[in-house]
Structures are given as structure tokens and as C-alpha cells.
Design a binder for this molecule. Structure first.
Ligand SMILES: Cc1cc2nc3c(=O)[nH]c(=O)nc-3n(C[C@H](O)[C@H](O)[C@H](O)COP(=O)(O)OP(=O)(O)OC[C@H]3O[C@@H](n4cnc5c(N)ncnc54)[C@H](O)[C@@H]3O)c2cc1C
Length: 478
């Protein structure tokens, strides 16, 4: 544990501009015992001993009041006291800095973080805004881990992007000295007539991705922790694996800040009008000016642009479980246990990474979900169903406890293709999102692609355009 002091404004609207008055007049400091931050970037500022100290109960009351005030200011959610806690150590002076950026990126999830990172690398002056903080617990990028696999059935474009991204993730992690990729291998399980798996075989072969085709006896020999049941054969990608998602995004943002990107812990109000957007307003009353704007707001895109995207981005509720493994049992941890996917069952899993337990989830779309206010507690039915599945697929884990859970949301487009396009009403506004349950791995390649479109122009791949995004869901990308 680690003693942290969190700055709180003494009066007026609770906005991020107040937070920057570190230790200055009008700031209160609450002292709270909080877990030690995972990375340098996550640390909150420390201030002088003159600051007033609140007891734990008052501190909690203060945060609740702060959250309520901000929720009143923005009905439907978004800003809350949480953004105060998430304020990174190194932040710019907030909105109204007097600077004009080349590009303002709104949203510091995996898409916005990598876009900001690449834009800065290409020499642009970048401001990066997030209302709740990079990879916060409501964000789609805020989970513990995400799969990076090359297989995409016959969908070559995503295999190419995954290949490019894996290289960029690995380069980034080695340069930044962050071991946030686990090369667990990815095992595709396939039924007898599995067209997707056959398409994957072909694409991997065509693009020279390393893989092995495994028949049933070979699967049983190599992976005895599985009960293969309805599985006929499999594909093993030895170079793929798992990204430690939340920490990876925070690392990208931290590196971007070191390189010169300004981080503004601000809620961007949806822009009105048409033509050339001169500035955006923030909830705290500031403005941020830039030549171009990239809205990478993930599941919030439909809230930010309700008329345009309210019916084209479909956030769905997704439950994730971590199953406790037997004591001292390494059969469910890498290198013995791979990451695995079985499309026929709509289930995927990750091994016991960093001792969190075996991760398992359904890849089936859940009910519609509000990223601000949606209930993030798993259901009893969900727990019972996953325990039944685990008992059947991994007999040694029959009766094993659920040790952690999460509720996150996919931000689906109608068919699962990403959205990367200009806003039809603004010449200098870009819409970026629609990760659709498979976007995380692609952050580096997507950021590179968006940065190039924003700075160099050029046509956008037709699959990513707004015109291809329908109002009826028919999933085609897995
Ligand atoms: C349970 C689950 C499992 C998944 N598994 C995988 C996987 O194994 N592999 C894979 O590749 N992908 C996976 N995905 C998908 C992937 O995680 C997402 O597609 C990806 O993280 C989306 O990133 P994003 O940057 O678009 O959105 P987000 O991460 O949600 O980021 C959007 C950010 O915008 C900010 N924001 C929104 N509105 C505003 C505003 N007005 N002003 C300021 N800030 C704002 C938010 O605070 C947020 O931080 C999974 C998703 C889930 C939920």
C-alpha cells in the first residue's frame, strides 16, 4: 500500500481545471490509502504539508458529492469523481492552455493512445483528452488482458493489420522496457466443418504466418488439460499470445507524454455546427483548439454524436471470469497452457497470466449497455453457465472458484468492421472506433493508419467508411 494525496477543489465546479491548482489556494487535499500505482504515469501529484487532510469517511463523501455534481452537469454519466483519481502525474495545464495543436485526439483508449503516439512521432503537436483517464475501468481498453492472434478466417486485411501490430507492440515494449506481451501461443479449436478455421489456414499460409495444423490425437497429446469433446482439429499460432491491456495502453500514453504529447484530463463536449471546427469545448468550461480532431471515443461515440452514430455503434454488455486454479498447479499457466478460441462454442480463454486465474468469456454479444452507468457486476446465471462450461472443457477445474470478474462492453459496428472516416459535416473531424470485440490488438496499426490519413489525406479503405456502417447488426467479422 502507498500513501497518496488526491487534490480536490474547495469550491466551485469540480472540474479538471481545479485539479491542476496543486497545493495552491482553494485546493483541499484528501489523504487516502490506495494501492500502489502500477506505473509511473498513474501516480497522482503530491503536495505540501499545508494542505488540509480529510478523514477517510469525509474523503469518500467528498468524492461521491463530486461525482454527483459532475453527473448533474452531464446527464447520462461521463464525468465523475473517478477522473480526479485517474489524473496522471504529468498533465498539461488543462484546457485554455493558449496552445493550438495540430491534432486533438479525444479518447485515450488503445485507438486514441496509439493515434496520438504516431501523430507525435510524425512531428505533430498533439493534445490527448480523456474524461475518465487512459484505459479506465469503464473503457473497452481497461481490461486486464487481450488476445493478439493472426487468424481472421478469410479476412486478410485484419490478418495483415494484426501482423503489423504485433511487430509494433513488440518493438514498443522492448524500447520502453515493458514486458506486457505474453507469447502464450494461440490455439484455434475447430469442428469438422469449420469454414472459418479453413479460411484461417489459407490466409496464414498465404501471408507466411507461422502456424501448425493439429489433428485430434496431436491436440490431446500436446494439451492434456483440455477435454476436446466436439473439437475435431486445431491450428496453433506459436508467435501470438496476450497483451496486458490496461497497462499497455497506459504505457503508450506515458511514452507519448514523454515524447511531447499533452494529456488533458477533460470531457470533450460534442461539437455543433458544420464546416471547419475551430475549437472544442470541455465540460470544465475550457476550449481546446486544433487544426484537426480525432474522436476515438470507443463505446461513447454514439453518445458524442447521437444523430450520426447513436444507431450505428452498438455497445453490448460482456462478462469476463477468472477461474482459480488448484494450488501449485501449473497446467493452466504458460508455457503449458495456450490462449485458445473455439468459435463453434463462442468461447475463448487465456491462461493463468500473472496469477489472476484462467480467464474465460463468451464472445457472443450481450444486451445493449451504457458505458457510463451500466451495472458492472456479473449475473448469477452467467457464473453458473461458465462454471458448467469450465467443468466440461477442463475436468481438473470442475468446482473451481471464480476468483475475479469483470463486465466490459464491446462497441460493435453493424458487421464488426472498424469505423475510420471523416465526419460528414466537418472537414477536419475524424471518427475512429468500432473495435467490435476484436480491436485491441490492432491499436498500433490502426493508430499508424489514422495518423497517416489525418496528416497525408488519401482515401480510406472502404470497409472502414461511415457509409458501410448500417443500423442493423449482422456480424461478419470475428
Ligand atoms: C470483454 C472484452 C474482451 C475483448 N477481447 C479482445 C481481445 O481479446 N482482443 C482484441 O483485439 N480486442 C478485444 N476486445 C476489444 C477491444 O478491447 C476494444 O475494441 C478496444 O479496446 C476499443 O478501444 P477504443 O480506444 O476504441 O475505446 P476505449 O478503450 O473505450 O476508449 C475510449 C476512451 O474515450 C474516452 N471518452 C469517451 N468520450 C469522451 C469525451 N467526450 N471526452 C473525453 N474522453 C472521452 C473514454 O473515457 C475512453 O477512455 C475486447 C473487448 C472487451 C470488452
Amino acid at each position: 500500500m502507498w500513501l497518496r494525496r488526491v487534490l480536490l477543489p474547495s469550491r466551485g465546479t469540480l472540474g479538471v481545471n481545479s485539479v491542476k491548482r496543486s497545493g495552491g489556494a482553494g485546493s483541499l487535499v484528501a489523504v487516502a490509502w490506495l494501492p500502489q500505482p502500477a506505473c509511473e504515469f498513474c501516480k497522482v501529484d503530491y503536495t505540501s504539508s499545508e494542505d488540509m487532510q480529510l478523514g477517510r469517511r469525509e474523503f469518500v463523501k467528498y468524492l461521491l458529492a463530486a461525482g454527483a455534481a459532475l453527473t448533474r452537469a452531464a446527464p447520462g454519466g461521463m464525468p465523475s469523481g473517478a477522473s480526479l483519481l485517474a489524473s496522471p502525474r504529468r498533465q498539461s495545464g488543462g484546457a485554455n492552455t493558449g496552445k493550438t495543436y495540430d491534432v486533438a485526439v479525444i479518447g485515450a483508449g488503445v485507438f486514441g493512445a496509439w493515434t496520438a503516439y504516431h501523430l507525435e512521432r510524425s512531428g505533430k503537436k498533439v493534445g490527448l483528452l480523456d474524461a475518465y483517464g487512459p484505459a479506465n475501468s469503464r473503457a473497452s481498453s481497461g481490461g486486464e488482458s487481450r488476445i493478439i492472434r493472426m487468424g481472421y478466417g478469410p479476412d486478410e486485411i485484419y490478418t495483415r493489420w494484426a501482423m503489423r501490430s504485433l511487430r509494433l507492440w513488440q518493438d514498443f515494449f522492448s524500447r520502453a522496457n515493458r514486458p506486457l506481451f505474453h507469447r502464450t501461443g494461440v490455439l484455434w479449436l475447430a469442428g469438422a466443418e469449420d469454414h472459418y478455421a479453413r479460411g484461417t489456414l489459407e490466409t496464414l499460409g498465404k501471408l507466411s504466418v507461422r502456424f501448425e495444423r493439429l489433428d485430434r490425437p496431436e491436440l490431446e497429446k500436446r494439451f492434456p488439460q483440455f477435454a476436446f469433446g466436439n473439437v475435431s482439429w486445431g491450428i496453433f499460432e506459436p508467435d501470438s499470445g496476450a497483451l496486458m491491456a490496461r497497462r499497455a495502453v497506459q504505457a503508450v500514453v506515458e511514452e507519448a507524454l514523454k515524447n511531447g504529447v499533452d494529456y488533458l484530463p477533460e470531457f470533450a463536449v460534442a461539437p455543433g455546427g458544420t464546416g471547419h471546427l475551430a475549437a472544442i469545448k470541455t465540460l470544465s468550461g475550457g476550449t481546446v483548439s486544433a487544426a484537426s480532431y480525432v474522436f476515438a471515443c470507443g463505446p461513447w461515440l454514439g453518445k458524442v454524436f447521437p444523430e450520426l452514430l447513436g444507431e450505428r455503434i452498438f455497445p453490448t454488455r460482456q462478462e469476463v471470469y477468472f477461474i482459480g486454479v488448484p494450488p501449485g498447479d501449473r497446467r493452466f499457466a504458460p508455457p503449458v497452457m495456450p490462449t485458445w478460441i473455439f468459435n463453434a462454442d463462442e468461447v475463448y480463454g487465456l491462461p493463468d497470466l500473472e496469477n489472476r486465474g484462467l480467464k474465460i468469456a463468451l464472445d457472443r454479444h450481450g444486451p445493449p449497455f451504457d458505458p457510463d452507468t451500466g451495472r458492472r457486476v456479473v449475473t448469477a446465471e452467467g457464473v453458473a453457465a461458465i462454471r458448467r462450461y469450465v467443468a466440461q472443457r477442463f475436468p481438473a477445474l470442475k468446482g473451481a472458484p471464480v476468483v475475479e470478474t469483470r463486465v466490459c462492453q464491446y462497441e460493435n459496428t453493424s458487421n464488426g468492421d472498424f469505423l475510420i472516416d471523416r465526419h460528414p459535416a466537418f472537414e477536419n473531424v475524424w471518427l475512429v472506433g468500432g473495435g467490435s470485440g476484436h480491436g485491441f490488438k490492432h491499436g498500433p496499426a490502426l493508430g499508424e493508419y489514422v495518423a497517416a490519413r489525418v496528416t497525408e489525406g488519401g482515401a480510406v479503405e472502404s470497409r472502414f467508411t461511415l457509409a458501410t456502417k448500417q443500423k442493423l447488426q449482422k456480424r461478419a467479422v470475428f
